[in-house]
Write a protein of this length. Structure first.
Ligand code: ATP
Ligand code: LTN
Length: 336
């Protein structure tokens, strides 16, 4: 199939800290799967990250680390476009236009905004409020068909569709209407915290025992799994409501080993948590080992990473400019 006939995929991850097992199982794991059949564009969204205060040297480091992790998780820069959001000015430019086609009320309803503004009461900035509009610009610039993300992003995808439909309605077809591509329930759609299995695993959790980082050393991973919160009833079965901790661990074990949850339940039937928790830890150590080692090697080769993001930005810029030119013409800006 020629590139023109293929559908387009776009996704992004914020370099707002270190990536977790939740980011991997919920989103990044799916990125390379689609590389052969689709035109894929993957971005490190540094402009989104500054909606929360960042330490500049750490942001620079995390941006390269996320790029290296994209490659370590199987993305091939020869097949997919990999780039850094701030390197392609069309993202900020389209976001401005789309701000004027997004209603204050719609943006106010976003739960991520409500959560983050409650968490960062000293810095409820306008960027945090219009975060989903920049995300809509990211997606719409590439005439994206599919957006692989975790389920927590579904509200932002719906808003993107609403903005695109509104713009198309006013000016005739301009944007492809994208769809979210979510893992199925129980297949990583929502990986829960190890210390509080009622909450999602998040890299910005204050308790570091709640999350597994892709770069955690094996002994750290083992320690965190041994401490994982379960319950007092020693039965290893899937029951997300009654046994959220055990169910989360079973899901992680199944995903890490490629087994089904039913196979995992059989394997641990009659066994205790003392045996189960380290087994999950070992499976995750083996899943993450090649990713961590490849990331460490790539981070030593800054010239290679620079080549990847420079070439990626050139290709992304070409595609993004085409859409932006069309938008500028339609809204009535004088051509340059
Ligand atoms: P933060 O904690 O800083 O808000 P985050 O850990 O939620 O960030 P993002 O960078 O916002 O991470 O998300 C990157 C991708 O990972 C998104 O597609 C998101 O849906 C997915 N994701 C994040 N956490 C999880 C989780 N616990 N389970 C499944 N998917 C997740
Ligand atoms: N909001 C997303 C990150 C993100 C994104 C995007 C995801 C920014 N722009 C475009 C998909 C497509 C998040 O994961 N928190």
């Amino acid at each position: 199939m020629s590139d023109k006939q293929k559908k387009t995929i776009f996704s992004g991850v914020q370099p707002s800290g270190k990536l977790t097992l939740g980011n991997y199982l919920g989103a990044i794991r799916n990125f390379p799967i689609l590389q052969e059949e689709y035109n894929c564009v993957y971005c490190v969204v540094d402009m989104h990250a500054i909606t929360v205060r960042q330490d500049p040297p750490s942001l620079r480091r995390s941006t390269l680390e996320v790029l290296a992790q994209y490659i370590a998780c199987g993305l091939d820069p020869e097949k997919s476009i990999l780039f850094i959001q701030s390197h392609v000015p069309a993202h900020a430019e389209l976001a401005w236009v789309l701000n004027c086609y997004t209603m204050f009320g719609e943006a106010s309803r976003m739960t991520q905004f409500k959560d983050k503004s409650a968490k960062h009461t000293d810095n409820v900035n306008v960027g945090l409020f219009s975060y989903p509009v920049l995300m809509a610009a990211d997606i719409l610039l590439y005439q994206t068909d599919l957006v692989p993300v975790g389920v927590d992003q579904s509200q932002h995808i719906e808003l993107t569709r609403d903005i695109a439909n509104r713009f198309n309605g006013v000016y005739s077809d301009t944007f492809t209407i994208p769809e979210g591509y979510y893992p199925k329930a129980g297949e990583g759609a929502k990986v829960m915290s190890l210390s509080d299995p009622e909450r999602k695993m998040s890299k910005s959790d204050e308790n570091e025992n709640g999350y597994i980082l892709l770069m955690d050393q094996p002994e750290v991973i083992m320690r965190k799994f041994k401490r994982a919160v379960t319950d007092s009833e020693a039965r290893i079965v899937m029951d997300p409501v009654g046994k959220p901790g055990v169910s989360n661990l079973l899901q992680i074990y199944a995903l890490a080993t490629g087994k089904t949850v039913a196979e995992a339940e059989n394997e641990f039937a009659g066994k205790g948590y003392g045996e189960f928790k380290p087994a999950v830890g070992e499976a995750v150590v083996e899943l993450l080992r090649p990713i961590r080692e490849t990331t460490e090697d790539l981070l030593k080769n800054k010239d290679y990473l620079e080549k990847v993001y420079t070439e990626g930005a050139q290709k992304a810029n070409y595609l993004a400019r085409k859409t932006l030119d069309k938008v500028y013409r339609k809204v009535g800006f004088v051509a340059r």
